[in-house]
Structures are given as structure tokens and as C-alpha cells.
Design a protein around this ligand. Structure first.
Ligand code: C5P
Length: 235
């Protein structure tokens, strides 16, 4: 089975990203290219990483009117990536347009939705007019994404089991906020270890600094993969 680990390539330029990518094996992880790296290095970098055989999560979190998001999703899908995403707050029409836009693309990517950003707590939501606790809002938006035929959501591992139980195990739960027991949490507020996140219902783990800033990133990735493999043999 392919790895459940998605390494976040949070680098400012292509050279730094490719230095790590050239050391990684596509069988050991997938990779995530987000707004910083994509804005700096663009589709050329995406194609270079794809050519090395990696499954790429292009994390651009589109949120705009339906037609614009549909066109953006089609352009992203044509880059040959494995996964793309939109904000569920863009609503039903936007998510339906995104799904329909990529239906005819060869090697259609997984299309997932961001529910509530993990940087937002109850008071932040109220300030933008959402008078609900984050978990309630997350569940509402995850159900809407499922209803629109999306393949899953980005969520905290704390929410993964509830989403799986409500929407079904085929609906993907992609979870950032992963830290190893010996790590600092850094700017992530609610963190979980890889093992506990998988046990809590995560389908894929997005891991950045715990691997990229480790003294030996490859050894750290190997350790995480082995820990997950042990859990899978126990199932
Ligand atoms: O270094 P760290 O493991 O915290 O990196 C997490 C990655 O997941 C970053 O690329 C961050 O942008 C992303 N992410 C997140 N929280 C979200 C969505 C994405 O941390 N809700």
C-alpha cells in the first residue's frame, strides 16, 4: 500500500524544494505544494516533481465564484496532480462546478474541501458572522462537501472520526497538525502524533516541519511509515 504521509514542501523557492524531493522516494510519501511555493515557482515546479513520480497534493484552497473556481480546478487537474482543494465556504454551486469541471480530465485528481481553517476558533468565527462552534461548523461543511460529491475534506485529526462516522469511510480525512512526541507544537494549536491521528480516523497525514526540519528527514519519514505500518497490520 502507498504511504499515508504527505510531506508539505513549505519552501520559498524551487531549489530548496527540489533538494528535499531529490532525496525522497515516491513510494515512501506523497508531497504537498502550497500557496508559497506555487506562487514562487509555478507549474514548472509541479511538473518537475510529478516527473519524478510523486503524487502531488496541490493545496491552493480555491474560493471564488463557481465559474472561476471551475476553470482553476481544470487548470490544476491538467498539471497531472493527485489531489486539489477548494474552500467549502464557497458553497454548493461552487463545489458542484469544481467537481463537474474535472470530471473529463484524464487521471482526475481527488477533490477535497477545507472546512474551517484550524487557525480559527469560536471567537474568530463569530467575528466573521458564523455563530457556531468550530466542530458544528466543520460537520456542516463536511456534509455539504459530501453532498456535492467531493472526495473528502482537510480537517483536524480531532474531527476525523466524527466525519468518517457521519459521511462514510470512503470520504477522505486529510489531516495536518501532526507532531512527534519529542517535537514542539510550533504555531499549530491542536496537535497529534502520527499513530494517534491514524487511530483517530485520518486517511492521510500532512506533515511539514517534523520531517523537513529533522536532522535526518529520510530516517524520520521511515520511522513514521513503520509506525503506521504496524498499526495497519493490527487492523
Ligand atoms: O509544518 P507543519 O507540519 O505544521 O505543516 C503543516 C502543513 O499543513 C502546512 O503546509 C500548512 O499550511 C498545512 N495546513 C495546516 N492547517 C490547515 C490546512 C493546511 O497546517 N488547516
Amino acid at each position: 500500500m502507498s504511504s499515508r504521509v504527505i510531506i508539505a514542501l513549505d519552501y520559498a523557492d524551487a531549489k530548496s524544494a527540489m533538494t528535499l524531493v531529490s532525496r525522497l522516494e515516491p513510494s515512501a510519501c506523497k508531497v504537498k505544494i502550497g500557496k508559497e511555493l506555487f506562487t514562487a515557482a509555478g507549474p514548472v515546479l509541479v511538473e518537475a516533481v510529478a516527473q519524478r513520480g510523486f503524487d502531488i497534493f496541490l493545496d491552493l484552497k480555491f474560493h471564488d465564484i463557481p465559474n472561476t473556481v471551475a476553470q482553476a480546478c481544470m487548470a490544476a487537474a491538467r498539471l497531472g496532480v493527485w489531489m486539489i482543494n477548494v474552500h467549502a465556504l464557497g458553497g454548493r454551486a461552487m463545489m458542484n462546478a469544481a467537481r463537474e469541471a474535472i470530471e473529463s480530465v484524464p487521471r482526475k485528481p481527488q477533490l477535497i474541501a477545507v472546512t474551517v481553517l484550524t487557525s480559527m476558533a469560536g471567537p474568530d468565527l463569530r467575528e466573521v458572522g458564523i455563530d457556531a462552534e468550530p466542530l458544528v461548523e466543520v460537520m456542516k461543511l463536511a456534509e455539504l462537501a459530501g453532498d456535492c460529491g467531493l472526495d473528502g475534506v482537510v480537517c483536524s485529526a480531532h474531527e476525523a472520526a466524527a466525519i468518517r462516522d457521519r459521511i462514510g469511510s470512503r470520504f477522505l480525512r486529510v489531516t495536518p497538525g501532526i507532531r512527534l512526541p519529542e517535537d514542539d507544537a510550533g504555531d499549530q494549536k491542536r496537535v497529534m502524533t502520527p499513530q494517534i491521528a491514524i487511530e483517530s480516523g485520518a486517511s492521510y497525514l500532512v506533515i511539514g516541519r517534523s520531517v523537513t526540519r529533522a536532522a535526518d528527514p529520510l530516517a524520520m519519514l521511515d520511522r513514521i511509515n513503520r509506525e503506521i505500518a504496524v498499526l495497519e497490520t493490527q487492523r
